[in-house]
Design a protein around this ligand. Structure first.
Ligand code: 6PG
Length: 257
């Protein structure tokens, strides 16, 4: 079931499995709509645990797609932890384990953040150059990702845009090295202008623990410094909140119809 709310689609489904199946269907449909004749299909993956099942689904879908169609998928990351690729906390490592290895994605289609770089600012600059090169951008231009997958933390963060952190205000750069004091570390994250230039953004939100923050984000006051997920509003694209019944538990019924 879908509900428009301020040009936002809120789809409430049964559980994480249905979130994953629905998201996979939306991504594949979006890729098919685009067709490979219009160039690569660019997908920015999210970190955390929620996307794991979706990755498995996409890998399954890949096995049913023509090689030509699947080879058109290019993978990016909305954010990355400041750790080496083999680190247990690496979003890239999680994606390899749940999707990229099993779906035989060619190396040249994988655009990871070189987060092993000791200086997070340099890692962010390198990723920004990767985006500028792949999307053939001039200075000041934004990439237009075909699809961005995002999650939400119980503190209202998304990607590595955490409450009261500097990256929330970044309007010029494509990628930021964001100091997150609560973790005593930097995170590398695409910036709000990049996310909001995407053609399609899908938030994946599962579980009862997310219900209070989801209500604050969707129905509470506009407080983006405290709830960075509120900053995500595609300027010329589609925004879908794909949530399960447990995460939707605090939403008013009008949003869930
Ligand atoms: C990350 C993610 C982060 C994640 C949320 C939700 O690097 O961790 O980008 O923004 O999406 O923290 O995480 P869960 O899916 O584990 O709840």
């Amino acid at each position: 079931m879908a509900k428009k709310n301020l040009h936002v689609e809120i789809k409430v489904v049964k559980d994480l499995d249905e979130i994953s199946r629905t998201a996979a269907d939306v991504v594949i449909h979006q890729a098919n709509e685009r067709g490979s004749s219009s160039g690569p299909f660019t997908l920015a993956l999210s970190g955390g645990s929620t996307p794991r099942l979706l990755h498995n689904r996409l890998s399954l879908e890949a096995s049913k797609m023509s090689r030509r169609a699947w080879k058109n998928f290019h993978f990016f990351w909305g954010d990355e932890r400041h750790v080496p690729a083999e680190h247990p906390q690496s979003n890239y490592r999680m994606a390899c384990e749940t999707l990229l290895n099993s779906a035989a994605v060619p190396a040249q289609n994988i655009h990871r953040v070189y987060a092993e770089e000791p200086d997070a600012v340099i890692a962010a600059e390198k990723y920004e150059r990767e985006l500028q090169s792949f999307f053939n951008l001039n200075t000041g231009q934004l990439p237009r990702l075909d699809c961005v997958l995002l999650g939400v933390g119980t503190d209202g963060h998304t990607a590595s845009l955490f409450p009261a952190t500097n990256a929330l205000k970044e309007k010029r750069r494509l990628v930021a090295a964001n100091r997150v004091e609560k973790f005593q570390t930097h995170r590398i994250t695409m910036t709000v202008p990049v996310f909001n230039n995407a053609a399609l953004i899908i938030f994946l939100v599962s579980g009862k623990q997310k219900a209070p923050v989801l209500r604050e984000i969707l129905e509470g006051d506009n407080r983006p410094d405290l709830l960075p997920a509120q900053l995500i509003r595609p300027t010329n694209g589609r925004l879908i909140w794909l949530v399960d019944q447990a995460a939707a538990g605090c939403l008013s019924d009008s949003l869930k119809v």
